[in-house]
Design a protein around this ligand. Structure first.
Ligand code: MRU
Length: 320
């Protein structure tokens, strides 16, 4: 199976934003056509398109579509910006489109995100030991970025360099981005992997079967605190206990220097029915991992180490 192309994941085609509907993967490859910015916002809200950089790209296409239709751009901006609260890439992308809300600008942004992923992968390879057994959480692959991937891009680059023995894929309850999406991407790429229950991760670490944990991020505060899929914090605690490095791979579009610490990051609370349709449930979709538990943050510009507050805000400013 071939690698997913960026345009298979999300594109602006004619009078619609077309996304590969991630809710149906891996069983069915169905495209969803969104004819308005409101429909794009809904596709983002229901996770037909998901992952921090990918929702930024989809929103950019949505704004370009609204401009071509002659729709009210402020209203389109607001509906897109309000579709999901945690990933800062969404607002970053919409802001970047403000001066030039065109199809060409959105396409350039999409290409840039994929380029950033390739650069992150190249930097991250240095952090992989030989014969690495790597654990990842959620999906930070091409589906989540519009092509190539952040955490999965790093794993791909390390695999190409002959450094990866196997990938442990957390299934990622409740919506199974790991066992549905990451496993599917790894299968297509021919990278050896096995899905594990989220609850099994710590015991795999205790048995000495994990050398490195690699995840993406939805928003990174100025001090290096990381918001990512719920369960990342637990992995970080377990990996610190077992002295296993946890590396976060994310583009500069994920940095939010206006958030001094993770406490300022809004955490999306989704419908409890995603966990159980019958009983009362709480469903925070993300958690915050304190910078102290993060061994390195890799962006397209290089590898950051603590104290992150000294380098991340400067890099975010330079990238804007
Ligand atoms: O709710 P999701 O599936 O959009 O959550 C995605 C994640 O948490 C990813 O790890 C993150 O966006 C990084 S994607 C490159």
């Amino acid at each position: 199976m071939a690698e997913l192309t960026p345009h298979e994941i999300v594109r602006l085609e004619g009078d619609a934003v077309v996304v590969l509907d991630q809710r149906h993967l891996p069983d069915e490859e169905i495209e969803l056509r969104c004819g308005t910015a409101t429909e794009v916002a809904e596709a983002i809200r229901v996770l037909a398109v998901r992952g921090a950089p990918a929702i930024g790209v989809a929103a950019a296409y949505g704004l370009a579509l609204a401009a071509e239709r002659g729709d009210d751009l402020d209203a389109a901006y607001d509906v897109l910006a309000g579709s999901r609260p945690t990933a800062v890439n969404l607002r970053w992308a919409l802001e970047a489109m403000r001066d030039e809300p065109t199809r060409e600008r959105a396409e350039r942004m999409h290409e840039d995100e994929v380029e950033r992923c390739r650069a992150m992968g190249a930097h991250a390879v240095a952090l992989f030991p030989a014969r690495a057994r790597v654990l990842t959480h959620c999906n930070a692959g091409g589906l989540a970025t519009g092509g190539y991937g952040t955490a999965l891009g790093a794993i791909r680059a390390a695999w190409d360099a002959g450094l990866v023995e196997r990938v442990w894929v957390d299934e990622t309850r409740p919506l199974l981005q790991g066992s549905r999406l990451t496993a599917w991407e790894l299968e297509r790429l021919g990278i050896p992997h096995a899905v594990i229950a989220d609850a099994a991760a710590a015991s795999f670490m205790a048995r000495g079967e994990v050398d490195l944990v690699v995840t993406g991020a939805d928003r990174i505060a100025a001090n290096g605190d990381i918001a990512n899929k719920i369960g990342t914090y637990g992995l970080a605690v377990a990996s610190a206990h077992h002295d296993i490095p946890l590396v976060v791979v994310a583009p500069t579009s994920t940095l939010d220097p206006s958030a001094a610490t993770g406490e300022a990051i809004p955490i999306e609370e989704r419908d409890g029915a995603e966990i159980t349709p019958r009983f009362a449930a709480r469903n925070p979709a993300f958690d915050v991992t304190p910078a102290a538990l993060v061994a390195a943050i890799v962006t397209e510009r290089g590898v950051h180490r603590a104290p992150y507050a000294e380098t991340l805000p400067r890099e975010a400013a330079a990238a804007r």
